[in-house]
Design a protein around this ligand. Structure first.
Ligand code: HEC
Length: 86
């Protein structure tokens, strides 16, 4: 299957916008950045794959019609902000 060029490099700043628009309802109010930093430290996510699965899961729970591009972008943004997986 051909992968579009942009899918190889997730757009991190777009991921941040998507998160702010779609995820902050639960994850910034009343939670703030400290919550995700603490979650990242707690080590519930083993690696980038499990983080991506969780992002997809939260998007599904919330009935967001996200494609892989959106999930990848938000995963990349969250990884940069909080998780720091290779
Ligand atoms: C309806 C509320 C709600 C929305 C909207 C929501 N989440 Fe969540 N999310 C939660 C809750 C509650 C947890 C904690 C579940 C638990 O304790 O395991 C969680 C956990 C997570 C985790 C795991 C954190 C960790 O390290 O354990 C990630 C990643 C995550 N959410 C990403 C997202 C993303 C991305 C979105 C936007 C698509 C989103 N969430 C939208 C409620 C929500």
């Amino acid at each position: 299957m051909a992968i579009p060029a942009q899918a190889e490099k997730p757009d991190i700043s777009w991921g941040g916008e998507l998160f702010a628009e779609n995820c902050s309802e639960c994850h910034m109010v009343p939670h703030d950045d400290e919550w995700f930093k603490a979650r990242a430290d707690a080590g519930n996510m083993a690696d980038l794959d499990s983080l991506r699965t969780r992002v997809q899961g939260c998007a599904n729970n919330f009935n967001l019609p996200w494609f892989d591009e959106e999930v990848d972008a938000v995963t990349a943004w969250m990884n940069q902000e909080y998780y720091g997986f290779d």
